[in-house]
Design a protein around this ligand. Structure first.
Ligand code: 5GP
Ligand code: ZN
Length: 110
């Protein structure tokens, strides 16, 4: 989607600090980190959020979660928190599904 911020990051039109990438998933550092480590993990394919996942896309969601585990190992995270905001009323501001991976001493409360 041309008007989607994260699709533009996937396309390379907007730079990002890449942490992990494969054919289906991209992980990059959040521009406004809310913890010592704050990484966003997204499917390269445009999916709005969990409510928008079609039957055939659920395996891709699993691969995003698997990638979160790879990122945690790569970054040597001893513990981490995963959050995905769904919909405006769920605190979602960028409408391309993304999983926040938060770690470090000062994890925000929720
Ligand atoms: P949401 O509130 O939708 O769950 O989270 C969106 C996240 O995207 C926020 O944590 C925000 O800091 C991050 N973000 C917004 N614009 C950019 C950007 O251009 N680059 C990166 N790396 N992160 C962004
Ligand atoms: Zn998108």
């Amino acid at each position: 989607m041309t008007d989607c911020l994260f699709c533009n990051i996937v396309a390379g039109n907007i730079p990002c600090d890449t942490v992990y990438e494969d054919s289906e998933v991209l992980a990059f550092r959040d521009i406004n980190p809310k913890a010592d480590t704050h990484i966003l993990v997204i499917p390269k394919q445009h999916i709005v959020n969990l409510a928008d996942v079609s039957e055939q896309q659920w395996p891709l969601v699993g691969r995003v979660l698997q990638s979160i585990n790879k990122v945690a190992q790569q970054e040597s995270l001893e513990g981490f928190r995963v959050i995905t905001n769904n919909g405006e009323k769920g605190g979602q501001e960028v409408f391309h599904m993304h999983w926040h991976v938060l770690a470090g001493k000062n994890l925000p409360g929720f």
